[in-house]
Design a protein around this ligand. Structure first.
Ligand code: PHE
Length: 340
């Protein structure tokens, strides 16, 4: 009996089943009720007691081997079926690949574009590498004037000066040079300043510039436009306040605060207990700028504003470290739902 079982083990191990039918033959021959393995188990009671232990172990090995073979045959046949053409199962669920999500800065930029689009502002872009004329001179920064130091510049070439633009106001100049009023546009883009990186500042950031030039454009138009924007962006109950400021390219100039969207103006650590947070710079386009760009300041007037997208995104989503926008950590990026 021992030899018989050992022989069967070898036979099973070398058995090949390339079709369903061969696999079924195997099952019938060895494992079915009338197959060889159950009949050997039947004969087991006739084995002399002193051999029972050894033969029992062998018999169990034989049975396990036969069952393993059947599983192997099944797996092989399944694989073959899957890879053979014309046998593709179209109802099988697809492998799930990880879907990306839109960056929070892109979401907010798109929302800004959408808000101004609803009141007739169209979108344009300009180059990130600029000459001195478009970044400074045409914007009424006098040669050697300390106002140029307001923004620490990354220069690429000297004489003539070529630099990474320090603000999107350069796109105002390019637009006015190339088009006639009425102009009603916004200019989103990346800007660069030589600043130390911290939770509140970065050497690369994003702005959206706005420009409206036509006959009889007034400061009241600027104020209403910005109030509309603040309410659309931060909610109907938002108030604005304009504080006098200075920019070479606008006169008069102002900085705009919105009532703190976190505490509603009561005072919290976001607004440093003032109830207000600053979000942009603005003003009436200086007549010198219109003139530099070939627009008659006697006939036309205009307003301009510029805001930082990082700052608005931080306020909107209560993000307290600007560096998070540049790290591309998926755990951070996945938290933003792209409604824009
Ligand atoms: N360019 C200014 C800045 O980067 C913002 C600004 C734009 C101010 C337009 C007034 C008008 O700080």
């Amino acid at each position: 009996m021992k030899e018989k079982i050992e022989h069967l083990i070898r036979e099973i191990e070398s058995f090949r089943a390339d079709t369903e039918a061969q696999m079924e033959d195997f099952r019938l021959k060895y494992l079915s009720k009338k197959g060889m393995i159950p009949s050997l188990f039947g004969e087991f009671r006739n084995v002399p007691n002193e051999q029972k232990r050894e033969v029992g172990v062998l018999l169990n090995t034989l049975k396990t081997k036969a069952q393993e073979q059947i599983e192997r045959f099944k797996a092989q046949l399944d694989e073959k079926e899957e890879s053979s053409e014309g046998n593709i199962d179209l109802t099988r669920p697809a492998n799930w690949s990880n879907a990306g999500s839109r960056h929070p800065l892109s979401i907010v930029r798109n929302e800004i574009i959408d808000i101004f689009g609803r009141i007739g502002f169209t979108v344009a872009e300009g180059p990130e590498i600029e000459d001195d004329f478009h970044n400074f001179t045409a914007l009424n920064f006098p040669e050697e004037h300390p106002a140029r130091d307001m923004q620490d510049t990354f220069f690429i070439e000297k004489d003539p000066d070529i630099a990474l633009r320090t603000h999107t106001s350069s796109v105002q100049v390019r637009t006015m040079e190339n088009s006639k009023p009425p102009i009603r546009m916004i200019f989103p883009g990346r800007v660069f300043r030589n600043e130390a990186i911290s939770a509140r500042a970065h050497c690369i950031f994003h702005q959206v510039e706005g420009l409206y030039v036509d006959e009889n454009v007034s400061f009241a138009d600027l104020k209403q436009t910005l109030l509309y924007f603040a309410k659309e962006m931060f909610g109907e109950n938002t108030d604005i306040r304009l504080r006098p400021s200075y920019f070479p390219f606008t006169e008069p100039s102002a900085e705009m605060d919105v009532s703190c969207m976190i505490c509603g103006g009561k005072g919290c650590n976001i607004c440093k207990y003032t109830g207000w947070v600053e979000i942009l710079g603005c003003g009436m386009v200086d007549p010198n700028v219109l003139e530099s760009c070939g627009i008659d300041p006697q006939k036309y007037s205009g307003f301009a504003f510029g805001m930082g997208i990082e700052r608005i995104t931080m306020l909107k989503y209560q993000i307290n470290d600007l560096r998070l926008f540049f790290e591309n950590d998926l755990r951070f990026l996945k938290q933003f739902e792209a409604s824009y």
